[in-house]
Design a protein around this ligand. Structure first.
Ligand code: AVI
Length: 393
């Protein structure tokens, strides 16, 4: 069987090559995937508008999608390998341990028989797929169930997806990868159904009854704790938009970082966002480097200190850049530059990363039209994968 990569025609809301670089795997996005879509000019204008809006408001802020230029995406990849950043490796080990069970529950919800009927044809899609780093584990298990499989990664970065598609198809004969360059936050993406296939050797009459019971299904992955980079309201909107594209029997696999507990204290979470090697600090400051390059701003990145704070009331890590000194930043604009004064100690809020209680995730999924069926957690209760089917509505 030959593996193949197909290019998807541009959906509305597509970032051209040279737009924002790869969103984090599973990610990314956040948005990492909240980045705007359109031509390079639209992107440049969006950077300028959003950066100016955030920097001139009180408290000052910058949108986290600005992290992910090429340099920021590379730094994020390094973060995922840091000893302190438990999220990626924990999610990867959950996928490695439970891929078969996840697929079984997706295809045969609530069925515990040892003998299972042939499964419905299915496809796998992924929101904010980035480099699809962990997805291979699930695809490998899926291809054992269905030797010809369609995988539809959706991401703002065509380059990250193209690289991933090449590696995945080389490793998995029978896999077709159909990348879609789109911003999943806006909901402008397309989820292709699997082809309805009658089991081999069935008659025409049998195949029509099979196609009723073996309705093609879609499994959509939103993993990598990307949900954590959105406010609860935004996260629910993204889930509602996804649900509106699904049929009952389709399902979502959600990967989320969990709230602190006695085995994962706040200090563990804080270290994941303030590592000893300073990679997260460089990732945070890179946003200023990007504004200098792309808007002609005159930030001195080293005059801003990286801060990671635990906000218990909101159950989230906040990243800030704190001005070490009193200073004024200038951003060119026509004849008069924008002048942005900073007091010593004043911060720019750059990112939220929400940590969830599992009940909160279940409630969120139910409100968005899903039925959470199984949750998989590591032994420290640090991270979870939730499989949720689209509910009848
Ligand atoms: C992409 N996202 C899930 C990461 C997170 O953990 O919130 C982004 C990140 N920020 C700092 N470190 C990693």
């Amino acid at each position: 069987m030959k593996a193949s990569i197909s290019a998807h025609q541009s959906a509305p809301g597509v970032l051209p090559n040279g737009g924002s670089a790869g969103s984090p795997a599973g990610s990314p996005g956040a948005s990492p995937d909240g980045s705007p879509a359109g031509s390079p000019n639209i992107l440049a204008n969006a950077i300028r508008d959003e950066a100016l809006r955030g920097l001139t408001s009180q408290p000052r802020s910058l949108p986290p999608w600005l992290f992910y230029d090429q340099q920021g995406s590379d730094l994020f990849e390094q973060i995922t390998e840091l000893p302190e950043y438990y999220l990626t490796r924990t999610e990867r080990s959950l996928l490695a341990a439970h891929a078969t069970e996840i697929l079984r529950e997706f295809l045969f919800p609530g069925v515990h028989d040892a003998q299972l009927p042939p499964p419905s044809p299915f496809t796998i899609a992924e929101l904010g797929a980035g480099s699809s780093a962990k997805t291979g584990l699930l695809l490998q298990a899926a291809i054992k169930v269905q030797p010809r499989l369609l995988y539809q990664p959706i991401d703002v970065s065509p380059t990250a997806m193209a690289k991933a598609a090449e590696a995945l198809t080389a490793a998995m004969p029978g896999l077709t990868v159909l990348p879609q360059a789109a911003n999943y936050v806006s909901g402008n993406y397309d989820l292709k159904p699997a082809q309805s296939v009658a089991p081999h050797g069935s008659s025409a009459a049998q195949s029509s009854s099979f196609s009723a019971s073996l309705r093609p299904r879609r499994l959509v992955l939103w993993i990598g704790s990307s949900i954590g980079n959105f406010s609860p309201v935004e996260a629910e909107e993204i889930l509602v938009r996804l649900r509106s594209r699904l049929q009952p029997q389709d399902a979502l696999l959600l990967g989320a970082d969990l709230a602190p507990n006695h085995r994962k204290p706040v200090s563990t979470i804080l270290s994941a966002y303030d590592d000893a090697a300073g990679v997260t600090a460089a990732f945070n400051r890179n946003i200023l480097v990007r504004l200098n390059r792309e808007m002609g701003a005159n930030f001195t990145p080293s005059s801003f200190q990286h801060l990671a704070r635990w906000n218990a009331a909101e159950s989230r890590i906040e990243m800030h850049l704190q001005s070490r000194i009193r200073q004024t930043i200038e951003i060119p604009a026509g004849r008069q530059p924008h002048r942005i004064p900073f007091a010593a100690g004043e911060t720019i809020h750059t990112e939220n990363s929400y940590k969830f209680r599992s009940g909160v995730l279940d409630d969120l999924l139910i409100r968005a039209g899903f039925h959470p069926r199984r949750s998989f957690q590591d032994s420290d209760g640090a991270f979870c994968l939730i499989l949720a089917h689209a509910r009848w509505m």
